[in-house]
Ligand binder design. Structure first.
Ligand SMILES: Nc1nc2c(ncn2[C@@H]2O[C@H](COP(=O)(O)OP(=O)(O)O)[C@@H](O)[C@H]2O)c(=O)[nH]1
Ligand SMILES: [Mg+2]
Length: 314
């Protein structure tokens, strides 16, 4: 099967959704020619604003993403959406798809929506997601929204990918104190208290304000945006907060720092995957581990063997 990478990239840059979809499939499949894809895309990247949305299941991330899409589209922005669900590799992001397909975005050429699953391949989402962001960035999307469930490691991954991270909370889904425990205070650039139509929303906002005050953080003052995403209320406020954060990042040189951090984790994920893939093919790790157990090799020397094999391509 022949694959004309440069033609595919050209078509994606012309805004053809099928070409964009194909490129992201290459990422998901960890296609051997992804190296060429990345080389072809790189000159056209660096323009998209990357915004991560995270929070517990059911808090309203997909509803909010759909609402954000509407507001950003009215501003004439082209928007790409990646829905990432590390907890369910098979049904990952299906909910988002359903929710958005039901709306006016389904047929809008200025919108591209994709659910990403790891399919259990080596390196996982930490490896695949930044590559998918690259595709959307090079394809000319002004904003890339990444929706991911805020559990465990994924929160950290969003932070590493996004220019701006939005943490969503809602009444009845864990109060501000729990939020602090989960470390969201550290990762949030903007807080959304969704389901503001429900009892308890004011308490969540109050607790959150207290926590933010107690943390005495320097720098960007994390805003709290109350929303009723289901009714589209608060969308313009959120877009304004995102814009202000972006301006702040630029004014303080922080945008560049975040992008360097993003590239660092991207490069690291690629290198680790190469290491694992090479070792996987050769079954080398097991042999080395056996030698560590029978004490013919110490573990550091064994690791050196692994890295040397990768360098020499054996
Ligand atoms: N009452 C209320 N329900 C909402 C609001 N936003 C979303 N929901 C509902 O909460 C449920 C979960 O929303 P969803 O966007 O799928 O959450 P996600 O799992 O974080 O993506 C759905 O039934 C939504 O209709 C809101 O502002 N108020
Ligand atoms: Mg969702």
């Amino acid at each position: 099967m022949s694959l004309d990478i440069s033609e595919l990239v050209d078509r994606a840059r012309e805004g053809q959704p099928r070409a964009v979809a194909k490129l992201i499939s290459l990422v998901e499949d960890a296609h051997p020619r992804l190296r060429e894809v990345a080389a072809a895309l790189t000159p056209f990247t660096g323009h998209a604003r990357v915004i991560g949305l995270t929070g517990p299941p059911g808090v309203g991330k997909s509803t909010s993403t759909s609402m954000l899409l509407s507001v950003l589209r009215k501003e004439g922005k082209r928007v790409g959406v990646l829905a990432i669900d590390p907890s369910s590799p098979f049904s990952g992001g299906a909910l988002l798809g359903d929710r958005i397909r039901m709306t006016e975005h389904a047929t809008d050429p200025g919108v591209f929506i994709r659910s990403m699953a790891t399919r259990g391949h080596l390196g996982g989402l930490a490896w695949a997601t930044p590559q998918a962001v690259r595709v959307l960035d090079a394809a000319g999307f002004d904003v890339v929204l990444i929706e991911t469930v805020g559990v465990g490691q994924s929160e950290v991954d969003v932070v590493r990918l996004a220019d701006t991270t939005v943490v969503l909370l809602a009444p009845g889904m864990g109060d501000g104190i729990q939020a602090a425990k989960a470390g969201v205070l550290e990762i949030a650039d903007v807080f959304v208290v969704n389901k503001a139509d429900r009892d308890g929303a004011r308490t969540v906002v109050r607790d959150l304000k207290q926590l933010i005050a107690m943390a005495h953080r320097d720098g960007w003052p994390q805003p709290i945006v109350p929303m009723v995403a289901a009714r589209g209320e608060g969308g313009p406020d959120l877009v304004r907060a995102l814009g202000e954060h972006h301006d702040w990042l630029e004014a303080h040189g922080e945008l560049d720092r975040r992008r360097v951090r993003r590239a660092a984790s991207e490069v690291e994920a690629i290198a680790l995957r190469e290491l694992r893939a090479a070792d996987f093919q050769a079954g080398r790790l097991n042999d080395l581990a056996a030698r560590v157990v029978d004490r013919t090799l110490d573990p550091f020397a064994a690791a050196d063997v692994l890295l040397d094999a990768l360098r020499t391509g054996e």
